[in-house]
Design a protein around this ligand. Sequence first.
Ligand code: C2E
Ligand code: MG
Ligand code: MG
Ligand code: MG
Length: 288
Amino acid sequence: AKANGGRGRVEVHDEALGEGYVDQLQLETDLRHALEAGELRLFYQPIVALSDEHLLGYEALIRWQHPTRGLLPPGAFLAAAEDNRLTSRLGAWVLHQACWDAAGWDPALRVHVNISARHLAEPGFSELVADALATSGLAPERLELEITESTALFAADATLHAVDQVTESGVTLALDDFGTGYSAITALHRLPIHTVKIDRSFVADVVTQPATAALVQGLLQLGQGMGLQVIAEGIEDGEQARWLREHGCAMAQGYAFGRPAPLPARELDDLAVPPDLVGLDDPSVVPD
Ligand code: C2E
Ligand code: MG
Ligand code: MG
Ligand code: MG
């Protein structure tokens, strides 16, 4: 990555570390630089109502426009950033940028932001959220934070406290990758969850595997019984969309409705002027 950093190094492909990176320190150094150099981007993927496919909002998904490796997905660098300070700085950047972008959209649209469990447990997290909302002017009700089930998440009282403070302001919480973790039920029991997102590994098999279909029906009933919003993730075709609609799932996300894509950057002096929403070249997701 660095001009002379590759000399004498052996390039390996280790998923956990980040594609092409030999050591974690180098990745973290480059990532820190990327943050300062403005190489990080937020892509936005539409979230739609399954009934008529109208647009409800977008999920922010981080990308790294790497100077030599091209556009990197989060799987290529996020998990490898083990330094807590770096994780927090990345998380802060994502929150600020996403709130800022969303404040320029149609006010009916919400923004979903992924939060790492480690970041959530850190002191100052709820102040960070408040600051991102205040700076951008985004109404708290338009922000949903997505968290994944993780053991670390439930161990910490600090986490529960931060979650309470954030949700009291009107921000909502989504449980991401629902059904894949070991502690999904504990999470639903202990945290003020507003939305569950059914993991795309289930959606992928829902039409073809009766056992998966039964499992998804169970997840839908659980969500509905608890009065939660349910979003099906990773819908790739019309058959999956139809199955989920017919089984009572109200909201969806997936390549069938739109891939993650950049929305136009919002300039600082555009504050009062909402930019046209682009990334809506699929006419089925244009709001009416
Ligand atoms: P996630 O939050 O579950 O996001 C959904 C992932 O599924 C995204 O991958 C999205 O591009 C992909 N996806 C959406 N629809 C489809 C589909 O129809 N088919 C398939 N095959 N994939 C689909 P992505 O962007 O690579 O992100 C992966 C994960 O990285 C996210 O999973 C999230 O856990 C994490 N992540 C992304 N952005 C951020 C961020 O800003 N902060 C944190 N902490 N984590 C992030
Ligand atoms: Mg997510
Ligand atoms: Mg997910
Ligand atoms: Mg995921």
